[in-house]
Design a protein around this ligand. Structure first.
Ligand code: HDE
Length: 686
């Protein structure tokens, strides 16, 4: 039994309780300086005469301004734009057979978590819906210390060795000379990197797929990417990969919509997460693990240490072991979301590393970067970063030290404090690194087993539905089409001609270069159905529908629909020309939530046009209303209407017989709800 009892079945969220000690509420309080002195004047600085100069003596002015002058810290070098939430994790059944990790033993224990989602390339103020990998970093506040699972929403990475990370990031960030473009890989340096670093081919396929434009953080998978190790009480180890599977399924935007959203609402993803949690629609993910026995290390046609490879789920099944629920928004963005510091090296007994060279390099980078970002070595004492178990060691002093360590001794070994704090034995919960046998010459080389860069890029391509393939081709044509160098465009096509002939031809045709005659595409014929989003969960819950209505709408129809949507877990908003309440043909009033100017079809999953002659006639006269419906149709969204509403559809150029366009008979909203649940109606595309 460890000294830190892993059981926390009292039901209280220890992290929440710990944070409570740091929360400050100004309600009903008098204004003071940081020294606690009450302030009598906060509008006028101290001056020599009403029109005279400000006096240095005004300590309140000086303190207020000095603090303001230093209120910014460096943004993260990557993953600068992010958003986070608190929650809990519970394991379904004891994982004792595989790992001794305390938080994976007892289903009655709820482990507090803090999860930060992010984009990678953009700076802190950039848009949410850009084409990019998303970060998915989870801090588990376990009783044995913090465990960080610092993952992404794409299961593979662009490079195989950490030494190349600065090069990769320099290539995808805005270009050196003019800091353009922001939060986008559609430029020369990124594609020059890709073309000349073939190991990136597989991950680039993912980045050009719909995975890189998620509908919501709540609808993304998460992956630990690297291979880690589970180690049990007996010291037996297995290779493990981690997966987060969203209960709402994996869904994406379409590219045109994503670009419009970046202007209409750059906070689209953070607002979606914030509002879902405020409403009580707590997002959930199941934690899954893929495990490979140590003796099977060389049994596969990929190297288990290679971070550019997936372990196809059909070969190595994902065992679902627990569930995470995000149920509380942070109190303060800066204190929590900005100051949280993740590190893939924050592990607990029972979880260990593999020799993946990308992971090994990350183990250095994360503490190092916090030193400049958070200003010194004591960032672990910030409330959001503190473990919920006590911590004791001989590390002292440094910028912003907050603990007061008692006694004269800060060294080991000592006799004055009988060697305290003393290392714990493994039985007492002391972390012991897995004793993997390693022998070798010091070399700067890549293993031959890492050199197949195309088979899994082809596997991914083979696994896509026709629609997903079309999206990938378009994404390549967009991104590579923005590249100015013809030579780089040609090199990109040369590279992807090693993946698939049709893909290479389609990119080449789009960007006006030729496919090399010597191209030899990968011969991989396998596919992995788990990789296609077409096979995901489809459900109506937490979707958002706009109901377009004006004076003269049909009250029974709209109120019946609203009730039915609510029952299905769908939020609806009335969108009208102004914010004045609207009255139905029978004289009943209804509050309006948004106007045709403050909202837009890209902010909703589906649109419904209310019936009622006068209402439809008014809507037909407003350009924003027809655009609303037309765009929803172009973005493959469900569209519903009844009665005269079909006239607005016709005015918007919408084919009423197309997939996902539901003309409701006798007020039965079920078919519309089912159409919303489908997420998008790709039959319109093919
Ligand atoms: Fe990171 N990464 N990374 N990364 N990463 C950072 O740490 C780094 C990699 C990931 O919400 C930085 O605190 C190197 C893979 C996430 O706060 C930095 C390498 C994966 C976040 C860093 C990688 C990730 C980061 C920047 C290659 C998925 C945001 C600020 C060896 C498994 C965490 C910071 C948050 C952040 C380094 C590759 C995920 C510079 C050197 C692979 C989710 O330390």
């Amino acid at each position: 039994m460890s000294t830190n009892d892993p059981k926390n079945s009292s039901g209280e969220n220890k992290k929440d309780k710990q944070l409570q000690a740091f929360r400050v509420n100004n309600k009903g309080k008098k204004l003071t300086t940081n020294q606690g002195l009450r302030i009598s004047e906060d509008e006028h600085s101290l001056k020599a005469g009403v029109r005279g100069p400000t006096l240095m003596e005004d300590f309140h002015f000086r303190e207020k301004m000095t603090h303001f002058d230093h209120e910014r810290i460096p943004e993260r070098i990557v993953h600068a734009r992010g958003y986070a939430a608190h929650g809990e994790f519970e394991v379904y059944e004891s994982m004792k057979e595989f790992t001794k990790a305390g938080f994976l033993q007892d289903p009655s224990v709820k482990t507090p978590v803090f999860v930060r989602f992010s984009t990678v390339a953009g700076s802190r103020g950039s848009g949410d819906t850009v084409r990019d990998v998303r970060g998915f970093a989870t801090k588990f506040y376990t009783e044995e210390g913090n465990y960080d699972l610092v993952g992404n929403n794409i299961p593979v990475f662009f490079i195989q060795d950490a030494i190349k990370f600065p090069d990769l990031v320099h290539a995808f960030k805005p270009e050196q000379h003019n800091e353009i473009p922001q939060a986008s890989t559609a430029h020369d340096t990124f594609w020059d990197f890709v073309a000349n670093n073939t190991e990136s081919a597989h991950t680039v396929m993912w980045a050009m797929s719909d995975r890189a434009i998620p509908r919501s953080y709540r609808m993304m998978e998460g992956f630990g990417v690297h291979t880690f190790r589970f180690v049990n009480e007996q010291g037996q180890a297995r290779f493990v990969k981690f997966h987060w599977k969203p209960k709402l399924g994996v869904h994406s935007l379409v590219w045109d919509e994503a670009q419009r959203l970046a202007g209409k609402n750059p906070d689209f993803h953070r607002q979606d997460l914030y509002e879902a949690i405020e409403k009580g629609d707590y997002p959930e993910w199941e934690l899954g693990v893929q495990m490979i026995e140590e003796e099977d290390e060389f049994k596969f046609n990929f190297d288990v240490l290679d971070p550019t490879k997936v372990w196809p789920e059909e070969l190595v099944p994902v065992k679902i072991i627990g569930k995470m629920t995000l149920n509380r928004n942070p109190d303060n963005y800066f204190s929590e979301t900005e100051q949280v510091a993740f590190h893939p090296g924050h592990v607990v007994p029972g979880i260990d590393f593999s020799n993946d060279p990308l992971l090994q390099g990350r183990l250095f980078s994360y503490t190092d970067t916090q030193l400049s970002r958070l200003g010194g070595p004591n960032f672990h004492e910030l409330p959001i970063n503190r473990p919920v178990c006590p911590f004791h060691n001989n590390q002292r002093d440094g910028m912003h030290r907050m603990t007061i360590n008692q006694g004269p001794v800060a060294y080991h070994k000592n006799s004055l404090e009988t060697n305290d704090p003393a290392p714990a034995t493994e039985e007492e919960g002391g972390y012991a690194h897995y004793q993997e046998k390693v022998e070798g010459r010091k070399v700067q080389q890549r293993s031959d087993s890492f050199k197949d860069h195309f088979s899994q890029a082809k596997l991914f391509w083979n696994s896509m539905s026709e629609v997903e393939k079309q999206h990938i081709i378009k994404a390549f044509r967009f991104e590579v089409g923005k590249v100015k160098s013809k030579s780089v465009q040609q090199q990109v096509v040369n590279l992807f001609s090693h993946v698939d002939a049709d893909l290479a031809e389609q990119i080449a045709a789009g960007v006006g270069v030729k496919v090399p005659t010597s191209a030899q595409p990968s011969q991989e014929t396998a596919s992995s159905p788990a990789l296609s989003q077409e096979n995901t969960i489809k459900a109506p819950a937490t979707r958002k529908v706009a109901i377009l209505a004006e004076d003269g709408f049909n009250f029974e129809e709209v109120s019946g629909l609203k009730d039915a949507l609510k029952k299905a877990g769908i939020t609806s908003e009335i969108v009208s020309e102004t914010l004045n309440p609207i009255s139905s043909s029978g004289g009943q009033e209804l509050e309006v939530d948004q106007t045709l100017l403050t909202s837009d079809s890209v902010l909703y999953d589906a649109v419904y046009v209310a019936g009622g002659k006068d209402s439809v006639n008014s809507l037909k006269a407003v350009k924003e209303a027809t655009t609303f419906v037309n765009e929803a149709f172009a973005h493959f969204k469900a569209i519903g209407t009844a009665g005269e509403g079909t006239e607005l559809l016709a005015a918007a150029g919408v084919d009423s017989s197309a997939a996902g366009v539901e003309i409701l008979e006798s007020r039965n909203s079920e078919s519309f709800i089912q159409a919303v649940a489908q997420h998008r109606h790709w039959a319109r595309q093919v």
